[in-house]
Design a protein around this ligand. Structure first.
Ligand code: ZN
Length: 330
């Protein structure tokens, strides 16, 4: 929009404009009037574009926990035509799950699936847990940059399990996305995927392609001081979550051991369509949710709705609820 010219604008013209004023004089009155309009709009358009903001919510959400900065970095979302049966797959419990969605006003159709990799900053290291989908859909690197973090400053990448939406961002155009990072994954999980007779493209392009760069570790082993793997089998048979602790506080980074933020928590025995062993996944969820509540841990789930970080509370025996933390803009 063009605003009326002010005395200040005119003063600016006088300090910067002899050449321009001379040019206008040469154009004559009509030319000067015609030229004045673009001059005025050029002045109102003068403020520089806003610098990229690091305000929370611009694709990422950071939270101080002890001495750690934990940043959930969205890899974006994908459309989800129907939540059920994928996110609550028990065939005999569909009506029960549908009733819960209605009770909580959570859309059952025409919704989205979220992807939430997590970056932990501790003791000068940046540890990324899972890497999103990669390719044209992957938003992790763009959103990481919005948070002021360059991919080549990531010290360690840890992978919870070998599904494509967790490993797809490991490489970009055939090269490691996190060029200076040590790559870490559970040994049994890595080997399950990397030794298949016909591995899928995501496994080929990301796990097998980077196999010489992976350090393979065990359940309960440290990734770096402060971050320890936790065996959470069932979603995949060797799935590992991450417990990050600092200064008496901690967060359980569930990966896909969390399942769905409402159905998997509220309904004991519920499993997800992508769980390799649904019964085992449901049992694991009970144990890990119980541990999170008893330990007063923070929690984040990979497919929980962004900002995807908060706490759990126990509703009753074997039934839990996710409480997203109160939003903080910084
Ligand atoms: Zn997943």
């Amino acid at each position: 929009m063009t605003k009326p010219r002010t005395k200040t604008d005119t003063a600016t013209d006088l300090t910067t404009g002899p050449t321009r004023r001379d040019a206008l004089r040469l154009l004559g009155t009509a030319g000067a009037l015609a030229a004045a309009a673009p001059l005025a709009s050029a002045q109102t358009a003068a403020p520089a574009p806003a610098a990229p903001t690091a305000m929370n919510g611009n694709g990422f959400y950071r939270q101080k926990i002890g001495d750690m900065t934990v940043t959930v970095i969205s890899d974006g979302t994908t459309p989800l035509a129907a939540l059920l049966p994928t996110w609550g797959a028990n065939p005999d419990r569909q009506a029960e799950f549908m009733a819960t969605l209605a009770e909580y006003s959570v859309a059952a159709t025409d919704t989205v699936n979220h992807f939430n990799p997590v970056l932990v900053e501790l003791d000068g290291k940046r540890i990324l847990i899972d890497t999103g989908r990669g390719g044209a859909n992957g938003q992790l690197v763009a959103n990481m940059r919005r948070a002021g973090i360059e991919p080549d400053t990531v010290s360690v990448v840890f992978i919870t399990h070998g599904h494509g939406d967790h490993i797809g961002g490991l490489t970009t155009a055939g090269k490691p996305t996190f060029a200076n990072a040590q790559h870490v994954m559970g040994e049994a999980e890595f080997n399950f995927w990397a030794t298949q007779a016909n591995p899928n493209d995501a496994v080929k392009n990301n796990l097998i392609a980077l196999k010489d760069q992976f350090k393979l570790i065990q359940p309960g082993q440290e990734i770096v001081p402060g971050l320890t793997t936790v065996a959470t089998p069932g979603h995949t048979l060797n799935h590992l979550s991450v417990l990050a602790q600092s200064a008496g506080q901690g967060i359980m980074i569930l990966g896909d051991a969390g399942g769905h933020f409402l159905i998997s928590l509220k309904h004991r025995g519920a499993y997800v369509g992508f769980d390799t062993n649904g019964d085992q996944a449901a049992q694991t969820r009970q144990e890990i949710f119980d541990r999170i509540v008893n330990g007063k841990l923070w929690v984040t789930g990979y497919h929980f709705p962004f900002h995807a970080i908060g706490h759990l509370r126990r509703l009753g025996e074997g039934s839990y609820e996710f409480e997203p933390t109160v939003w903080n803009w910084s």
